[in-house]
Structures are given as C-alpha cells and as structure tokens.
Design a binder for this molecule. Structure first.
Ligand SMILES: O=C(O)CCC(=O)C(=O)O
Length: 274
C-alpha cells in the first residue's frame, strides 16, 4: 500500500502541501545527523550559508534518504513513476540564531518547468514552532505571486525573495518529529521563523524531485535517476557518492553548486553573499 492515501493526495491538490508523513527510522535519523555533523566539523564552510546545497553528493547517508523507497512512493503519487533528483538543500538553524526564511514560492526562482515537481522536507531533528519550523499558506499554490527582493543577512534565502502581505491568520505551522517529512508544491507560499529554542533544527530538503518531462529554463542541473526511466534526456545524469567526502564527489558537488548559483542569481542585478 502506498505511503499516501487518496485523501492526502486530494489534500495536497487543494492546499499545496501534506504533513506529517512517517518516513525514516530513529536509527536512520541519528546516523544521518552524525554524518552531517562530521561534514560540518571536517569542512565547516561546506554546510554553511551558500555551502548548504547538494550535500547528498558527498554524503552516503543523505544519498540513502534521497533514494529511500518510502519517500519515493509518496513522490510517485504526486508526480508519477519517472522521478529525477534535482538538487538538495540543508536548512540548519542553530539555537538562538537569527536565521529565518522569508515567505516565497520555490517555482518563482528555481527555473523548473512545467511544475511537475515536488519538494520533500525531511526532519533530521524535531521541527516545531519554537525552533522555527516551516509555515505554509494553504491554497496559495494556485497562482504565481509577485516577489520583492529584500536583502537581509539573516535570511537563509539566496536573494531575500519575499511575498508581501501573507495573511498570518491563514498560515499553518508544519510541525514534524525527527524522521517525518512534509511534501510541498512548487507554488505554495511558505517560510519559517527564527530558532528561539535551545536545540538545533536540521531540515534536509530534496528540492526537488522532478518528473522526467521537466526542463531547467534558467541554466543546467545535473540529476540522478531515482525511479523509472528517463525518455526525455533533458539533463546530465550525475553519480551517487560511494564514500564520505571523496575527492571525486567533492569536485562534482562544486560543479553542481556553481551551476545552481547561476540559476539562483539569473536575472538578479545585485548579488548577496548567500
Ligand atoms: O527549512 C526552512 O525553514 C525553509 C525551507 C524552504 O523554504 C523550502 O524547503 O523550500
């Protein structure tokens, strides 16, 4: 039986997201957190600010999650059988840190068309209101909205992309236990506040799983085949890591991150550090 019920798929179509879904075991979560913290220790700049992309390319534990069959079963219900992995992001908020994520729509700046894709946010620690869990504006995925660029050094987004006038009374927190996941639509307006707790909040988001019919309109993305077959061949297929932080994988990740920066800053006059 699929991990998602028909009711949940209906909810996704109506509201633009689904949560919580149980996906990983305690052991998987702990082993993944340990590996993330090893990478942080060995290479402090690798998971910091602009270094937080595509860590799955150097981490076998994150790679396992990206190719986890339970997660893929859920994704398949949304975008169909032929699934590619197109980049990931680690969103880490340390205790009492000022980092936040302004309200935005992923589809506005990621360049993936058509919108046959879905982002899966995986809780590596518990994620709740006090430590800055994601917040969703249900139903906002029905149209693309205008965004301002509001540079702020505490904003974890590359260009401070911001949708103004979000009705806070309609917004819903997405609270997850470690090992649970949420799925969100490319156009849903979402963001998150600062971590006011004494614990780290670690979220790993596959951003995104795309159908094989999806093109990158702003640049180039390497992809991995997660399930099914790719008859379109729009993207270069890249390797999965076999060991932690190998030279070869570090080089691949560097190349992929450079392409991603081009995509994120395409059309932007001013470059922020993030
Ligand atoms: O982790 C967060 O707080 C925000 C994540 C986000 O914006 C996303 O996954 O698209």
């Amino acid at each position: 039986m699929s991990i998602l019920t028909e009711q949940q798929v209906k909810q996704y179509n109506k509201e633009g997201y689904i949560a919580p879904i149980d996906a990983l075991t305690k052991e998987q979560v702990l082993a993944t957190r340990k590996e993330i913290e090893i990478i942080e220790k060995e290479m402090p700049n690798e998971i910091n600010k602009s270094g937080r992309y595509n860590v799955h390319l150097i981490s076998p534990k994150l790679d396992e999650i990206v190719h986890n069959s339970k997660v893929l079963d859920a994704v398949e219900k949304i975008i169909g059988r032929n699934i590619l992995v197109c980049s990931t992001t680690l969103f880490i908020k340390d205790p009492k840190q000022c980092g936040f994520v302004s309200y935005h729509q992923d589809a506005k700046y990621i360049g993936l068309e058509p919108h046959n894709w879905v982002s899966v946010w995986i809780a590596i620690t518990d994620s709740y209101k006090e430590n800055g869990c994601m917040k969703m504006w249900p139903g906002s995925h029905l149209e693309v909205k205008d965004h301002d660029q509001k540079f702020d050094e505490d904003n974890l987004l590359t260009r401070g992309q911001t949708v103004e006038g979000v009705p806070e009374n309609e917004v819903k927190p997405v609270e997850l236990k470690a090992g649970q996941v949420s799925l969100h639509h490319p156009r849903i307006v979402h963001g998150s506040g600062i971590n006011k707790s004494n614990e780290r909040r670690i979220g790993f988001v596959i951003q995104s799983y795309i159908g094989t019919n999806v093109r990158q309109t702003l640049g180039k993305n390497g992809v991995q085949i997660a399930r099914g077959v790719d008859n379109y061949h729009y993207h270069e297929v890249i390797n999965r890591p076999k060991s932690l932080m190998s030279e070869e994988d570090l080089a691949l990740r560097k190349k992929e991150n450079e392409s991603l920066q081009e995509i994120f800053y395409s059309g932007s006059e001013k470059r922020s550090e993030y």
